[in-house]
Design a protein around this ligand. Structure first.
Ligand code: ADP
Ligand code: MG
Length: 693
């Protein structure tokens, strides 16, 4: 494969624009992006024409405004380029069509922001993310908002937050005398996923309807041997990964690393990082392509946070950093971090922000799926804390104490084998259990779930850090002795917020106690976390930086809670129906088989013992009674929801009543699974799915 001709071949990229657009139009386009100004219509007309010609040359016949509604997925509504003119039918595409769309799209969740009968919805072009061709359609990345300009999507607030942090970084740099023309927020989203055989997938209605298994006894072998992690990639999976890479490369997605993850059948894809809004777009495309390409290899890709109980779940590690002038990473320590004030202020701002707004970061990761993952022993707990490593702790301590700091030497690595190449060790080790870890030049937020859009967490990160930077600038702009003022500010901020710093093992049970003593929040579930979105503190914060209005926040709060309720409801209904229609008939049939065997024995001769059949049939029947009782409890629980009016109360009820009822039904069904023959069980077992190919 010629990577040069494949990579970005389906993207209307900077180089394509440079080549195709008249020089002055290209310059105008670039300027408008740099200065954050919107484009004049005549310029947009020319760009639209070139975009269309390019797309048609690549075989496209349609275009779509591609957007990211509150479902967390992407949406598109295709229009063809066909227009009727005096000379018949021509392929046309105007600047107006490029800039603005009106997809109606009134059925997407709006949390009460618009009623289906009245309001228009608009999509508007995001010129900072390149257009691309997918399935013969020119896709134009857009933001989606209501008639009155309220955000109905995940991209609008993200773009607003990038602007907010950009402004605050510029202000702070100016206050400390550093040059700063432009600010970049960058993201690299590592994506975990499961691949299972498609035929097995299709036999499980729980996987089809909910993306996770609602029943399933543990197989004799799980992940305890750790033989899958980084193991040799199976041939079918390897072919899949290659095909996936190629599809992603065509779309300009920098898919880079692939490996097996901890759980059997679990894998990970990591891209090379890029500008936040582009990275969010790319991650959405990655998830879409993962599913699409899987079908070609008779596989199904599971993006659920917890497809299998008792087996590691999937997350998305969001690597985040902030750069200036397209070249300097603010989180890179340089040779002398103790004197690198720009670096120390930036890191300190993140520490303060994460501590001050723990609840907001936590709630961007709250969903029905992620509730199964956070706080289980394989994923970060539901408590936000930060790992910054020993070196940074020592530096901050020395600032607080006003003492000298001697730079850590980067020791040469001692492996004891001389033939191995020599390299220097990093100044700090890593911590794999921290929900929010500093990794040398970026922060890695490990709480988001595998199916999430990283738009929400990035929006919050950008906003909370912008807020702290604003406070820093207010103080430093008035200072006469800048270095002294910086040392004072950092000492005060670090002392006030260092409770959020925890370099130890986040999976240890003692941490829960310790975190409580420190006064850190522990928000185990959606209904605990989401309401913080509309706290007075949060409304003020988002208003201050023009990220969300109060209305927008209230609507989002409603959408998240409603989504949680809907998801758990679908799961409960799926369980009920699988129990009635598959599990009960299967067990009855098997029990009858056992009884028949006893009957046949008796008929043959009265002296053959049928004790076994009687005992076994008894055991199955006793369990069956328990199944039917627990099923009834679940059905009653679900029926009661109608009586609850308020969405938050509903979410709480699902958590306190419905989920425990589901767990208890599952427990007894899973026990039955281990008692019947393999052929008798109505759908593939965990063993068959996880170790099938
Ligand atoms: P790690 O060993 O910490 O997993 P990698 O170098 O493998 O680090 O990077 C993990 C992810 O972080 C990749 O997606 C990578 O592109 C991304 N990344 C690296 N540097 C940055 C940065 N400055 N900003 C955002 N993401 C980054
Ligand atoms: Mg990682």
């Amino acid at each position: 494969m010629d990577i040069q001709s494949v990579f970005g071949s389906m993207v209307f990229s900077d180089s394509v624009m440079k080549e195709r657009l008249p020089r002055e139009i290209y310059d105008e386009f670039q300027n408008s992006i740099k200065q954050g100004k919107s484009l004049e219509l005549p310029v947009a007309n020319i760009i639209a024409r070139e975009m269309k010609d390019w797309a048609i040359e690549k075989g496209a016949t349609h275009y779509t405004h591609w957007f990211q509604p509150m479902t967390g997925m992407t949406a598109e509504k295709h229009d063809s380029f066909i227009t009727v003119s005096a000379n018949g039918v021509i392929m046309d595409f105007s600047g107006k069509e490029l800039i603005k769309g009106e997809p109606d799209a009134s059925s997407f969740p709006s949390g009460g922001l618009r009623a289906t009968f009245e309001a228009r919805g608009y999509t508007s072009w995001d010129p900072t993310s390149y257009a691309f061709i997918k399935d013969g359609t020119l896709c134009i990345p857009t933001a989606f908002c209501s008639y009155s300009g309220e955000a109905l999507d995940k991209k609008t607030p993200l773009l607003r937050s990038m602007e907010a942090i950009g402004n605050e970084v510029k202000r702070l740099m100016k206050a400390i005398g550093d040059e700063c023309d432009s600010v970049q927020t960058t993201i690299g989203a590592e994506q975990e996923y499961f691949l299972v055989d498609r035929a097995a997938f299709k036999k499980r209605r729980d996987l089809i309807f909910t993306g996770r298994t609602l029943f399933g006894a543990m197989p004799p072998k799980g992940q305890e041997l750790e033989d899958h992690y980084f193991g040799a990639i199976r041939p079918r999976v390897s072919l899949y990964m290659k095909a996936l890479d190629e599809e992603l490369w065509k779309l300009g997605v920098f898919a880079k690393t692939e490996h097996n993850e901890v759980a059997p059948s679990q894998h990970e894809l990591a891209p090379i990082f890029t500008t936040a809004n582009v990275a969010v777009d790319h991650n959405q495309l990655t998830m879409e392509m993962m599913k699409k390409v899987a079908a070609k290899f008779d596989l199904a890709c599971l993006l659920h946070e917890k497809p299998f109980a008792g087996v590691n779940g999937s997350g998305k590690h969001e690597n985040w950093s902030v750069g200036i002038n397209d070249k300097v990473n603010l989180f890179k320590p340089g040779d002398n971090p103790r004197k690198n004030y720009r670096y120390l202020l930036s890191i300190c701002a993140v520490i303060s922000a994460v501590d001050e707004y723990q609840e907001l970061l936590r709630l961007t990761c709250a969903s029905a799926g992620n509730d199964h993952r956070l706080g289980a022993n394989e994923a970060p707990p539901a408590i936000i804390s930060m790992f910054i490593g020993d070196e940074l702790c020592e530096i901050f301590d020395s600032i607080c104490q006003g003492s000298e700091y001697i730079n850590r030497d980067r020791a040469a690595m001692e492996t004891g084998v001389h033939v191995l190449p020599q390299f220097k060790r990093d100044s700090t080790d890593r911590n794999r259990t921290s929900p929010f870890a500093y990794t040398g030049n970026k922060f890695e937020f490990r709480m988001p779930g595998s199916s999430f859009s990283v738009a929400d967490s990035t929006t919050v990160l950008n906003t909370i850090v912008a807020d702290v930077l604003m406070r820093f600038s207010d103080e430093l702009e008035n200072a006469s002795d800048i270095p002294l003022a910086i040392e004072k500010l950092i000492a005060r901020e670090y002392t006030a917020h260092k409770r959020i710093v925890f370099n130890g093992n986040n999976y240890a049970p003692e941490w829960l106690e310790e975190a409580k003593k420190r006064g850190l929040l522990n928000l185990p579930s959606v209904s605990d976390a989401i309401p913080y979105l509309i706290s007075e503190k949060s409304i003020k914060l988002f208003k201050r930086h023009k990220i969300f209005t109060e209305n927008e926040l209230r609507s989002r709060c409603e959408i998240y809670l409603e989504n949680y309720c809907k998801v758990v409801n679908i799961e409960a209904l799926t369980m009920i129906s699988m129990t009635h229609q598959e599990i009960i008939p299967a067990i009855e049939k098997y029990t009858a088989q056992i009884c028949n065997a006893g009957k046949v024995k008796k008929e043959l001769s009265g002296s053959i013992s049928t004790k076994f059949e009687e005992n076994y049939a008894n055991r199955l029947s006793d369990n069956m009674l328990t199944i039917s009782e627990r099923l009834e409890i679940l059905e009653k629980c679900v029926a009661k929801i109608k009586e609850i009016q308020n969405t938050l109360d509903c979410a709480r009820y699902y958590k306190s009543d419905v989920i425990p009822a589901m767990d208890s039904l599952r427990e007894i069904c899973d026990e039955q699974e281990t008692l019947v023959s393999r052929e008798a069980w109505p759908f593939p077992s965990y063993g068959e799915i996880l170790f099938s190919f």
